[in-house]
Design a protein around this ligand. Structure first.
Ligand code: FES
Ligand code: FES
Length: 168
């Protein structure tokens, strides 16, 4: 079937055939076989499906394909490239400072929330590389971690911010 919609996904143009009413999450996971965005609640409540659309965290489970045509979509897979672009690096790092901080702090347990928290924290850190604890808590408020690793996630975001500022 000929591609019906062209997406600007992680820096490349990709044609997809799904109906334009299809939630973006299903296009990313079912048609494009991406493993980053995840189905959690399907109701815009948990954040596990989040992607960046023109730099803004967006719940892909409730976002129809028609709403993102022509916009820049970044999934978990594209975060190192996005970081490289934001910093003027020649090539993407293996891990962004946030991803390295999540590893170093051992913040991730089951991983259910890790996609969404990385997307949201990336949005935050691109807007503000020196967020206060309250600003981090407010930004991350809509991302559910059923393992309850919130203190470690906070620590990781603070560590990543320090790295981005060149202090860690
Ligand atoms: S699956 Fe989209 S917010 Fe939960
Ligand atoms: S690490 Fe398990 S849901 Fe957050």
């Amino acid at each position: 079937m000929a591609a019906a919609t062209t997406l600007r996904l992680n820096g490349v143009e990709v044609g997809v055939t799904a109906d334009v009413s299809t939630p973006l999450l299903y296009v990313l996971t079912d048609e494009l076989q991406l493993l980053g965005p995840r189905f959690g609640c399907g109701l815009a409540q948990c954040g596990s499906c989040s992607v960046l659309v023109d730099g803004v965290e967006t719940r892909s489970c409730v976002t129809p394909l028609s709403a993102v045509a022509g916009k820049q979509i970044t999934t978990l897979e594209g975060l190192p490239m996005l970081y490289a672009q934001s910093k003027g690096l020649q090539s993407p790092p293996a891990y962004t400072p946030l991803q390295q901080a999540l590893i170093d702090t051992q913040a991730i347990q089951c991983g259910y929330c890790s996609n969404g928290l990385q997307i949201k924290a990336t949005e935050l850190l691109m807007l503000n590389a020196n967020p206060s604890e309250q600003e981090i808590r407010t930004a991350m408020n809509g991302h559910l971690c059923r393992c309850g690793t919130y203190p470690k996630i906070l620590e990781a975001i603070q560590l990543a911010a320090s790295t981005i500022r060149g202090e860690a």
